[in-house]
Ligand binder design. Structure first.
Ligand code: IMP
Length: 211
């Protein structure tokens, strides 16, 4: 079976992607190829950041590779935090640790949206602070060519944290068509409908089209 690198060491993402692509490739992580570097992400778009990671692996290890970059884009903030989703609280001068980062990122987002005096109505008994979307971009370097796959899920940010599963902004994001947050829906349901799942499904369709 062909080997391809997924430029990540996130076990959760690796498992999800191995499940979907198991018929096509043996998927290797950064760790599997001996890459322990903190690959720079200095792009200004999800596409640039994803490509930077894939190009790093191609340049240093000569292996075909794909990489992803994701984040939350909030309409009332003109698309913020976007590529800064993981670093949002820090960018606003807040102290975070790996354990508190997700929680404080959400606090900062809620504070900034409340300051705009939102008038979007209510959803499942919570106030809507803004429409928003999660977006994932996958960049693939395969047989000398670069391809991009995009996954978007639209929904709303609410004013209170609900649910305990997932990570990041999951407790305040209600995807369209549901009345629960990603965190309340739980990993199994979320992984079937998520922005990342949609991008990976497009990647799989691309590999299927080559058969
Ligand atoms: P990454 O590029 O997938 O590592 O995501 C960067 C940041 O975007 C994460 O640290 C989270 O803050 C946010 N994010 C990305 N995907 C999700 C998700 O599925 N749920 C909640 N937050 C997410």
């Amino acid at each position: 079976m062909e080997t391809i690198v997924f430029a990540s060491n996130n076990e959760h993402k690796l498992q999800e992607i191995r499940n979907i692509l198991s018929g096509h490739f043996e998927i290797k992580s950064l760790h599997d190829i001996g890459c322990e570097a903190d690959i720079p992400e200095t792009g200004l778009t999800f596409e640039e950041n994803a490509l930077q990671k894939a190009e790093y692996v191609k340049a240093h290890y000569g292996l075909d590779c794909f990489a992803d970059d994701s984040g939350m884009e909030v309409e009332a903030l003109g698309g913020e935090p976007g590529i800064y989703s993981a670093r949002y609280a820090k960018m606003h001068g807040r102290e975070v640790t790996p354990d508190t980062r997700d929680d404080i990122n959400m606090d900062v987002l809620i504070e900034r949206l409340e300051a705009l005096k939102p008038q979007y109505g209510t959803l499942a008994g919570a106030r809507i602070l803004s429409p928003a979307q999660f977006r994932t971009c996958i960049a693939l370097i395969y047989k000398g060519e670069t391809h991009y796959f995009d996954g978007i899920v639209r929904g709303n940010i609410i004013d209170q944290k609900r649910g305990t599963e997932g990570f990041g902004y999951d407790p305040i994001f209600v995807p369209d068509g549901f009345d629960k947050t990603y965190a309340q829906l739980g990993n199994e349901t979320k992984n079937g409908i998520s922005h990342r799942a949609r991008a990976v499904q497009k990647l799989e369709a691309f590999f299927n089209s080559l058969k």
